[in-house]
Ligand binder design. Structure first.
Ligand SMILES: [Zn+2]
Length: 465
């Protein structure tokens, strides 16, 4: 990463295993970063409306330097946010393997549609980097290749894999990312490593790096941070020379542990601000693990980044200006996504209600039932009826790209969230509902359910018989 012009230069090496029974004659990849070109469909749709930020986020996109398949040049075509690679010979089903290598670069937008960006803070930049490498499209037994373009609103549908990332940044920067840091001893000094050890055994937040120590790292040149995450549908990271870093242990079932980490610039800190972020992160991960399904990643990192909030496996970006209850709510929401759609890999591009709606249900329940979740007052479901039933709303099933943008909050988040709550509290009762919901999560973890797999759960019946 070049911290002066915000450019990322990278090589992606993808080992793709065709686990379907079908022979494949081509592959599809997601190039979501291309949403920021002025030729993108997103730009064409939005360039005259107020939704396009004027802060210079457009004009970037992937510059592809080379694409190789099994070491040889290969024919490929790019259309908007997708790339199709022609295979010189059919890729066998049931385990056929091919290797893709792509050299590319892009300039990170300052404000990337609330999902990533570069935030200038008082003492330095905070880089929050997502959608930064070409990712495999999902090939499934419902639609074949899922190649709907990224239009900015609807999110992602990407395949599971084990991901290693070597991230080279200026040596005075600190990187946090999805998964486990593999070369901790090369990246942190002895004192910091002692604090990490303490944090791994502490339920109270331990400060790893504070503002007063910023000047101590006088390293020049670059450093390469190495991370690894398994069974993940994506990988994101953040880097800054001005990160204050906190951490504490997360307790999971059967004595398993993970670590909650928070990284933020000094002005986001304070007891009303991000100094509380590790506590909030730990609370929501422990709650959802105990209630629904154990958290699966070694760390959960909350980064104070540009505005908005965005989830990735093991790491979330939340607004650096968020404080108090807002920070707690946004932390709860973004980490709730680690269950939907990160563990249960539904198709966000088509069915946003299966990630935002399910997650709204999860976070509302946490807020209402846990003393760590603020103990919000229970919503009055009956009063919500006229909001959810008004005739200006599209059907939930049309997907976010087909909704009036003003309706997305109701249709993707609150209506399905309340629907699940009605099912749980008024129709089935918590005991039956929770059993069914847990079974759904367990069965569809690391797979790709459709809405009908949720409604009918026939595959689960098959499993039982
Ligand atoms: Zn969300």
């Amino acid at each position: 990463m070049n911290d002066q012009n915000n450019e990322i230069t990278a090589t992606a090496e993808i080992t793709y295993t065709n686990n379907s029974p079908d022979k494949l004659s081509f592959l599809w990849l997601q190039l979501d970063q291309n949403v920021f070109t002025k030729e993108s469909r997103y730009y064409a749709i939005n360039s005259t409306s107020e939704t396009v930020d004027t802060g210079g986020q457009f004009g970037g996109g992937y510059q592809i330097q080379a694409v190789k398949l099994d070491g040889k040049d290969v024919k490929y075509a790019i259309s908007d946010t997708r790339m199709q690679i022609d295979l010189p010979k059919l890729l066998k089903g049931n385990g056929g393997v091919t290797r893709i290598k792509i050299d590319y670069s892009f300039v990170c937008p300052k404000f990337g549609l609330e999902r990533m960006g570069v935030q200038q803070t008082a003492k330095g930049k905070v880089f929050a980097i997502g959608q930064w490498f070409p990712r495999m499209c999902v090939y499934d037994d419902v639609s074949g290749w899922n190649t709907l373009p990224y239009l900015g609103v609807s999110e992602f549908y990407v395949e599971y894999g084990n991901i290693k990332a070597n991230i080279t940044v200026p040596a005075n920067q600190y990187v946090v990312a999805s998964g486990k840091l593999l070369n901790e001893k090369e990246m942190y000094n002895n004192e910091e490593i002692k604090r990490w050890k303490r944090a791994k055994n502490s339920d109270k937040t331990i400060n790893i790096r504070q503002e007063a120590e910023f000047g101590e790292n006088k390293s020049s040149g670059t450093k390469t941070w190495k991370f690894k995450i398994e069974k993940a549908r994506d990988f994101a990271w953040a880097s800054s020379s001005v990160f204050v870093i906190d951490a504490a242990r997360i307790n999971l079932s059967g004595g398993k542990k993970a670590i909650a980490i928070s990284a933020y610039p000094p002005e986001s800190g304070g007891e009303k601000g991000w100094a509380k972020s590790v506590e909030y992160t730990k609370a929501v991960i422990e709650h959802n693990s105990q209630k629904w399904y154990d958290y699966v990643y070694p760390s959960a990192t909350n980064v104070a980044a540009t505005r908005g909030g965005m989830e990735y496996p093991g790491i979330v970006f939340c607004s650096w200006g968020a404080k108090g209850e807002d920070l707690r709510d946004i932390t709860n929401h973004e980490f709730g996504h680690n269950w939907f759609p990160i563990i249960v890999g539904s198709n966000e591009r088509l069915f946003s209600w299966m990630d935002e709606g399910f997650n709204t249900f999860l976070t509302d329940l946490f807020r209402e039932t846990s003393d760590k979740g603020m103990q919000h007052k229970k919503q009055n479901i009956a009063q919500a009826g006229n909001i959810f039933m008004n005739n200006k709303l599209q059907p939930i099933m049309v997907g976010e790209d087909n909704m009036d943008i003003d309706n997305v909050g109701i249709l993707s988040y609150h209506k399905p969230g309340i629907g699940l709550k009605i099912l749980r509290e008024l129709i089935l009762g918590p005991e039956k509902f929770d059993k069914a919901f847990k079974t759904y999560i367990r069965y569809w973890a690391f797979k790709h359910p459709t809405p009908w797999d949720f409604f009918i759960q026939w595959k689960i019946f098959q499993e039982r018989n």
